[in-house]
Write a protein that binds this ligand. Structure first.
Ligand code: HEM
Length: 434
């Protein structure tokens, strides 16, 4: 991302104290949960009101943000194990998270700051001076919130949605326990990585002692704004064919849970999976083969046999030898709605880069050594994972040529409830129905 041009200058120490004092004064005025966001000019930055105008995504609403929101440049995803002793503690956590999230989305501190040296540390401060940068916080509930080790810890077991299945083991899965699952999750997206990190850091502190972080993954997206489809680390445009976030009818059909979902109505199911890409291996492949793997041209993004990126996939076209122009096991063919009885998912992935790790490759050139620990932090949203991710990925996991280069190493399925009404909290419908 080229974020430099619109970054505000960082406040110096002196300015920090001034804005902290301003923030304390401004937010001391109204502290009713949920009612304070956006109403405190000067809170945190001294210019939050102006910044929040153009640069803030709404927090309160029918749906949670971060799903149909135009994709931001950065993600910090974190999954949590809930260790709360009782249901009230879980509710208190969700209330605290909701209140903090509403403030953070406005570019405010997680709670009103204090200058009292003996006061509680209510915000770590690294986002002071930064505008909201379109921060969204999307919360999800994993199966373990409802039932864990056969224990109904919080009286929620009977309200576990049928759609919140235990994901099957897919062909090729190499899921590492330390990067898999979680009872709660938050996907923090923003156009500034420090804003996303800051938000998760505050939520992790607020979670104590009811929940603790289990695994996390950051990610980034090539910075084309919404002008061009971003390229992933394989060098291909990724996101050409997707559920359009500005098409309400498509969102209703494929992404938002309807009446069938009970308390999950207006929510969505998130599949989050870190997928390692063997980049060294990929980089040795000739261009023509890479294009066969994806089913698209690398430079233009056009489907094989097509001219332009947005051309429809012609799944029936053959070459002079009678072979399909888009191979039977090309990624784009296997993902296409026409290959999946019309199934569609909203993909919202980010590239990730965790530096280098020691890897023993399972494909030629069968190298052992330090390699890029990088890939795709895959996110997709759908109305029902059984007719979404599971439907599409089942075939892909068996036949996709891309599987030589990609390995799913963790992840989870999370029920992301509807958005909260101002003054309410995320997941309220669940706890009120249970
Ligand atoms: C590292 C892993 C992956 C990479 C690098 C990758 C890359 C791509 C690329 C380059 C495209 C073509 C451009 C586009 O239409 O957006 C694509 C399309 C697609 N991918 Fe993936 N993908 C990955 C994993 C997955 C997974 C796990 C799924 C799960 C179901 C998936 C589902 C799809 C779908 C549905 C399409 C659109 C197909 C169409 O409608 O034409 N991808 N992907």
């Amino acid at each position: 991302m080229n974020d430099e041009s619109d970054h505000p200058r960082q406040p110096g120490r002196r300015q920090f104290l001034t804005t902290a004092a301003l923030a304390a004064a401004a937010t001391a005025v109204g502290s009713a949960p949920g009612a304070q966001a956006a109403k405190a000019p000067g809170d945190k930055t001294g210019h939050a009101a102006a910044a929040a105008g153009g640069d803030a995504e709404p927090f309160w609403g029918t749906h949670q943000g971060g799903i149909a929101t135009r994709q931001q440049g950065h993600v910090y995803f974190a999954s949590f194990d809930v260790v709360a002793e009782n249901r009230d503690q879980v509710i208190a956590l969700l209330r605290a998270w909701t209140d903090a999230a509403a403030r953070l989305a406005q570019g405010q501190t997680a709670a009103a700051l204090t200058e009292d040296p003996a006061g509680e540390p209510l915000d770590s401060g690294e986002a002071l001076g930064l505008p909201p940068r379109r921060l969204t916080l999307t919360f999800g509930f994993g199966p373990g919130l409802f039932i864990k080790d056969n224990v109904d810890r919080y009286g929620l077991a009977q309200h576990r949605p049928e759609a919140l299945i235990d994901l099957p083991r897919f062909n090729g899965d190499q899921l590492v326990a330390e990067r898999t699952g979680g009872d709660l999750c938050v996907q923090a997206c923003a156009d500034d990585p420090q804003v996303a990190f800051h938000a998760v850091r505050q939520l992790a502190r607020l979670a104590y002692p009811a929940a603790k972080m289990r695994w996390a993954q950051t990610g980034f997206l090539a910075g084309f704004g919404n002008k061009e489809t971003p390229r992933n680390l394989m060098g291909f445009k990724d996101g050409t064919m997707n559920v359009a976030v500005d098409d309400p009818a498509a969102l209703e059909q494929f992404v938002w849970v309807g009446e069938e979902g009970g308390w999950m109505k207006h929510g969505s199911y998130m599949v989050a999976r870190p997928i390692r890409i063997a980049l060294e291996h990929w980089d040795r492949m000739k261009l023509a083969f890479q294009e066969q793997v994806v089913g698209r041209h690398k430079l233009s993004g056009a489907p094989l046999g097509g001219q332009h990126e947005k051309d429809d996939l012609n799944l029936d076209a053959n070459d002079a030898d009678g072979n399909p122009l888009i191979p039977e096991n090309a990624h784009a063919r296997l993902g296409a709605p026409a290959s999946n009885d019309g199934a569609q998912i909203l993909r919202r992935g980010y590239s990730y880069d965790n530096g280098l790790s020691f890897v023993a490759e399972r494909w030629p050139p069968w190298r052992q050594g330090m390699e890029f620990d990088a890939g795709l932090m895959f996110f997709c949203y759908q109305r029902d994972p059984r007719t979404g991710f599971v439907k599409v990925f089942d075939k892909m996991s068996k036949f996709d040529m891309m599987n030589q280069f990609v390995t799913h190493i963790g992840g989870g399925l999370f029920a992301c409830p509807a958005g909260a009404a101002e003054g309410g909290y995320i997941g309220q419908a669940l706890f009120e129905s249970a």
